[in-house]
Design a protein around this ligand. Structure first.
Ligand SMILES: [Zn+2]
Length: 305
């Protein structure tokens, strides 16, 4: 599915994707790229988390997913006895990083990611965070792993989550986009872990990379990476204009703004929509800098590349 992203994760689209899902069965989605879908479908994960096994004689694992033994077994089956050179984490939401350590124990591979979140920022959120996860190797933005044709470049992309990394394989035209740009919906950007200004800056970084094929952590492969990134940016700017317009009319409470600008919203997604509106209000009031400081101070790199 490569349609223009919906305004917020759609339960109808999620249900369709779940009906078509093949959990635990490795699927080749591009040359040298096998996807294993975890059976953890929820409102914000669409059909579940995509774990990718990428390479030929040696492989990398991207986005290990939830610590579900059936999923871990399916990923190991997709590896098929090949050497695993590294396990890359896009971010530490609970649907992404918990299987990293079990997979590392089985394969002997090191884990790679941006770093651990600080307790300071975690005190201000009730999001499902894998708070204790710390990668073996902390990557800096622009850090490169691998050699020859098979190289992975880390791109720090905060906005959805402070330690979010996307990974580009420049020689293959691939972009592992994590949750930053998904294949089934727009991404939830909710303060304090999310920040809209950072989100937009990160979109710019991804567009500049010019990758061809996008492999998101949720939903189908996206064949037109750059146009999808532009669609997502356009959608955010449209929402931003709507929020400003509401404020111009004296409507300033997030719940009221949601009522004004989100049509046909499923009631259980009200809280997420309010969170997204708060991200727009935060950007408008330019109060994001304080939060940025807290996140930067909280990063605990183990080994910078
Ligand atoms: Zn996430």
């Amino acid at each position: 599915m490569t349609e223009t992203p919906s305004h917020i994760p759609s339960p109808i689209v999620a249900a369709q994707l779940r009906d078509e899902a093949k959990y635990g069965i490795p699927q080749q989605v591009a040359p040298g790229v096998v996807r294993v879908l975890a059976n953890n479908a929820k409102d914000y994960t669409g059909p579940g988390t995509n774990t990718y096994v990428v390479g030929d004689e040696k492989v990398w694992i991207f986005d290990p997913g939830p610590d579900d033994p059936a999923h871990v077994r399916a990923v190991i089956a997709a590896v098929g006895g090949r050497k695993v050179s590294g396990i890359f984490i896009t971010h530490t939401h609970l649907d992404h990083s918990p299987a990293a350590n079990p997979l590392a124990r089985i394969t002997g591979a090191k884990t790679y990611g941006f770093g651990k979140l600080s307790g300071d920022i975690l005190a201000f959120t009730d999001e499902d965070v894998d708070a204790d996860f710390c990668p073996d190797v902390a990557l800096a933005c622009g850090g490169v792993v691998g050699d020859d044709d098979w190289q992975v470049m880390a791109i720090h992309t905060p906005g959805h989550f402070p330690n979010h990394m996307c990974y580009a394989l420049p020689h293959k035209g691939l972009l592992l986009s994590g949750d930053h740009v998904m294949g089934w919906s727009t991404t939830v950007v909710v303060p304090p872990l999310g920040h809209l200004g950072e989100y937009l800056d990160s979109l710019d970084k991804l567009e500049a990379g010019g990758s061809r094929l996008m492999l998101p952590s949720h939903g189908p492969v996206v064949e037109e990476s750059v146009s999808r990134i532009r669609d997502v940016r356009e959608h955010r700017m449209m929402r931003h204009a709507q929020v400003k317009e509401c404020m111009g009319r004296g409507i300033t409470h997030p719940a009221q703004i949601v009522t004004e600008i989100y049509e046909g919203l499923t009631p259980r997604l009200m809280e997420a929509a309010e969170g997204c509106v708060r991200a727009h209000l935060e950007l408008i009031s330019e109060t994001g800098e304080q939060r940025l400081q807290a996140v930067r101070q909280g990063t605990e790199p183990v080994q910078a590349l």
